[in-house]
Design a binder for this molecule. Structure first.
Ligand code: AMP
Ligand code: MG
Length: 331
């Protein structure tokens, strides 16, 4: 059939319509939240098919729940609990090995500021108790005995721990790893634009409709106030703060990020925010930098060219890594 003008115009219209359709921001949006790893996890995914998005989000939550069962010290059957109860370690799953490998690297690079052997100390302080109390010196030294980066080693999937008493706590890295895995599952389902937030451990995939993701970083002393805003895409943003879990006694704030040298809450920071390419790395680094304080913490970050950080020190002063400015939205 010869091409005539109405046919050509019709054909062009179809092409133009399809192009327009493809250039449109994702039409559908699914937002769901669940409590996993003791925190509210929110997943937002955008795309063309509501059904496909629902399936992707459900699969991402299922992966996070699987990891919670594996890595939680609150679940007596978890792999972490089994290792804590073991005499000298044992074989671990691939997921646990991946978390431990990264955690041990950060532990070593931070000179032990990041430490996954603080299980006993965490139980001693017990911030989940209704009325937490201060441990005494004897209790602290018992909880710190034998801990440290050298007390754990991993050979493939074989974990060795230095003493039967050593208790693991992956609370400073597990949430971040779970968010990374949720993002990987969303991508496997073809999702290109999404946000996953597990209580301040976030990954922003692609962009939100029509523009890059913007994240407000909470003021550590005023929860309604945004300290500053970053604009990012395909990046993790992780914050560790002394305002997340704490109690006050005689005017002193006691919070859940410990200095492994003393067993006391680390004193040099109010909050640390890290922007980097993986949430697990950001999670471990945020905790490590918090313990090290602004000066040594920012020196640690120099070893990670893919990571930038914002530190609010104990006196409220602001410290940033050199590349932080590239993410900052100037009002
Ligand atoms: P985050 O909110 O990521 O800084 O993690 C804080 C959690 O990590 C605490 O609730 C503990 O379970 C654990 N933790 C506390 N201090 C340390 C530390 N120095 N190194 C590694 N994990 C820690
Ligand atoms: Mg952390």
């Amino acid at each position: 059939m010869p091409w005539n003008r109405p046919l050509i115009i019709g054909f062009l219209l179809v092409v133009l319509t399809l192009t327009w359709w493809r250039l449109q921001p994702d039409g559908e949006e699914v937002r769901r939240s669940r409590i996993i790893m003791g925190t509210v996890v929110e997943i937002m995914a955008a795309g063309q098919s509501n059904e496909a998005l629902e399936a992707a989000v459900e699969a991402a939550f299922a992966e996070m729940e699987r990891l919670d069962k594996l890595l939680s010290r609150y679940n007596a059957d978890s792999e972490v609990s089994r290792l804590s109860q073991s005499t000298n370690g044992g074989e671990v799953s691939l997921s646990t090995a991946e978390v431990l490998t990264l955690g041990l690297a950060i532990s070593q690079k931070s000179g032990g500021a990041f430490d996954m052997t603080l299980g006993k100390l965490k139980a001693l302080w017990d911030f989940d108790k209704e009325a937490p109390t201060l441990p005494n010196a004897a209790e602290l030294s018992a909880a710190l005995s034998g801990i440290g980066p050298k007390a754990l080693s991993l050979d493939g999937q074989q974990l060795r721990k230095a003493s039967p008493q050593l208790q693991l706590d992956l609370g400073g890295i597990a949430k971040g790893y779970a968010v990374d895995r949720a993002i990987a599952i969303l991508k496997q389902h073809g999702v290109a634009n999404a946000a996953v937030n597990a209580g301040g451990d976030m990954y922003l995939l692609g962009q939100r409709p029509e523009r890059a993701w913007r994240i407000g970083i909470q003021h550590p002393r005023d929860e309604k106030d945004v300290l500053e805003t970053v604009q990012i895409s395909n990046r993790a943003v992780v914050t560790s703060g002394d305002y997340e879990r704490y109690f006050e006694k005689d005017g002193v704030r006691y919070h859940h990020i410990f200095d492994p040298q003393t067993g006391m809450p680390a004193r040099q920071c109010q909050s640390v925010t890290i922007v980097t390419d993986s949430v697990a790395l950001g999670d471990a680094l945020a905790t490590a930098v918090f313990v090290l304080g602004p000066k040594a913490g920012l020196t640690l970050l120099e070893q990670f060219p893919q990571a930038e950080g914002l530190v609010i020190a104990a006196d409220g002063s602001r410290h940033v890594s050199v590349g932080w400015v590239s993410y900052q939205v100037v009002p």
